[in-house]
Design a protein around this ligand. Structure first.
Ligand code: NAG
Ligand code: NAG
Ligand code: NAG
Ligand code: NAG
Ligand code: NAG
Ligand code: NAG
Ligand code: NAG
Length: 382
């Protein structure tokens, strides 16, 4: 061995253990996170994340739930291990290559850290069904790489910040089942990559923000069980290419008595429309008989204040589920609902209305309809 060789050999002897022993910044961050865990019934993190099992070049690939990309941690996936404790999410700001952070369905508390903007590479964030709380920080809007975010089933409070329109890559946003309040931000219409939006089960107020139709990739929007008032955004329902719309469980009203005539013009892409449990008034027929419902497969208008006769349903071929219960509809059960071959209806609920032939002779009517519907494999209640 020449001088240079001997020098290199010595250097290796000195350097190799040092590389193995000096924990990387990523490892220090993960160990800091582990400190907050108070109970880990399967030992998923507590038995696995320790210095002895470090076998790496900077990334502890053998630790449960840790995904490496070369020497850096690219993913931390801890879903559904019944882990309890306080999750200090601020430590993940030190994982500069972190793409996926997922710890859904545990028992973790904590908040979204003020340094959340440092998670520049993050594409997937799922901390749903835990006990996280506090506000959604304004800085969340700087996560330009973020594609999917679920904060559902926690106790986040305060408004959905206006800065969210900075989430230019966001395809799904689920903040359902929190304690968020205030008006929905107008900035929602800026989320141009959005495919699935779920803001249900919060305490959002005021109207449905205009411009949701600008979200050209939107397939599903769930705003149910909030305190949204004002009219249904029919312009959106007519112009958009959305397929699933749930506005149920709000305080939505009809701005004109003839408003539901828009159902005839509903976008052909909408297959599910749920407006139940609102304060909609008016009639479904509006002089001319309204008998088209676009391509709707599911229409739920139950528990509103609708009235008047039911339309004919003569040209309705796609409807599989029709629920109009608990309104003030009058008149006869339309014969269109009894036409055989062309109808694919398999669930019909007209109960708690004032329909003729049902309240007066409900046993007989029920028998006839049940027999008919039984023959067509249909579930019904009147
Ligand atoms: C994160 O990095 C900063 C500086 O880069 C350091 O001061 C801090 O201790 C690190 N935190 C953790 C939890 O590793
Ligand atoms: C969840 O965490 C809280 C506080 O740490 C604890 O009191 C509770 O027992 C935990 N629940 C379960 C199901 O582990
Ligand atoms: C949710 O947070 C509020 C304070 O914002 C608190 O009063 C309430 O007890 C929390 N609820 C749960 C279920 O933790
Ligand atoms: C992100 O959201 C989109 C739109 O809902 C979905 O198609 C995709 O599967 C999601 N990706 C992940 C990793 O959850
Ligand atoms: C929205 O979230 C709620 C509660 O988490 C869930 O029950 C519902 O199915 C979700 N809506 C859609 C359209 O996925
Ligand atoms: C419509 O929404 C209500 C309330 O959210 C729900 O109970 C009902 O099952 C939904 N209807 C259909 C047909 O999905
Ligand atoms: C049904 O009709 C009865 C008698 O005409 C009336 O008292 C009642 O308010 C009506 N119910 C509804 C839901 O419209």
């Amino acid at each position: 061995m020449g001088f240079v060789g001997r020098f290199l050999f010595l250097l290796l002897l000195v350097a190799a253990p040092a590389l193995g022993q000096l924990p990387s910044q990523d490892i220090l961050a993960l160990l800091a996170f582990k400190k907050g865990i108070t109970h880990d019934p399967t030992g998923f993190v507590t038995d696995s994340w320790n210095d002895e099992s470090i076998d790496f070049n900077g990334c502890p690939a053998s630790w449960n739930g840790v995904v490496c990309n070369g020497a850096s941690v690219a993913g931390v996936v801890l879903d559904g291990h019944r882990i309890s404790g306080v999750a200090d999410l601020s430590v993940f700001a030190n994982l500069t290559m972190l793409v996926k952070l997922s710890m859904a369905n545990n028992n973790l508390s904590g908040s979204l850290p003020s340094n959340v903007a440092s998670l520049k590479s993050l594409k997937f964030l799922d901390i749903s069904n835990n006990r996280f709380s506090g506000p959604i920080p304004d800085d969340i809007g700087s996560l330009r790489s973020l594609q999917n975010m679920s904060l559902a089933g926690n106790n986040f409070s305060g408004p959905l910040p206006d800065s969210i329109d900075g989430l230019a890559s966001l395809q799904s946003l689920d903040v359902s089942g929190n304690a968020l309040s205030g008006p929905l931000p107008a900035a929602l219409k800026g989320l141009r990559s959005m495919v699935a939006l779920n803001l249900s089960y919060n305490a959002f107020t005021k109207g449905i923000p205009a411009g949701l139709g600008l979200l050209v990739n939107l397939q599903s929007v769930d705003l149910s069980w909030n305190q949204l008032d004002g009219g249904v955004d029919w312009k959106f329902l007519i112009e958009s290419t959305v397929t699933h719309v749930d506005f149920s469980g709000n305080l939505l009203t009809s701005t004109t008595p003839k408003e539901l005539k828009f159902l005839a013009d509903i976008s052909e892409t909408v297959v599910y429309l749920n407006l139940s449990n609102n304060k909609l008034t008016g009639s479904l027929i509006d002089g001319v008989e309204l008998s088209t419902f676009g391509r709707l497969k599911v229409l739920d208008l139950s528990s509103n204040e609708l009235s008047g006769d039911l339309p004919g349903f003569n040209y309705v071929y796609d409807l599989e589920v029709l629920r109009l219960a608990n309104n003030g509809f009058t008149g006869f059960v339309p014969s269109g609902l009894l036409k055989g071959d062309s109808l694919v209806l398999n669930q019909l609920d007209l109960s708690a209305n004032n329909l003729t032939g049902i309240s007066s002779n409900s046993a007989f009517m029920f028998l006839v309809l049940s027999l008919f519907h039984f023959m067509h494999g249909m579930q019904c209640s009147f």
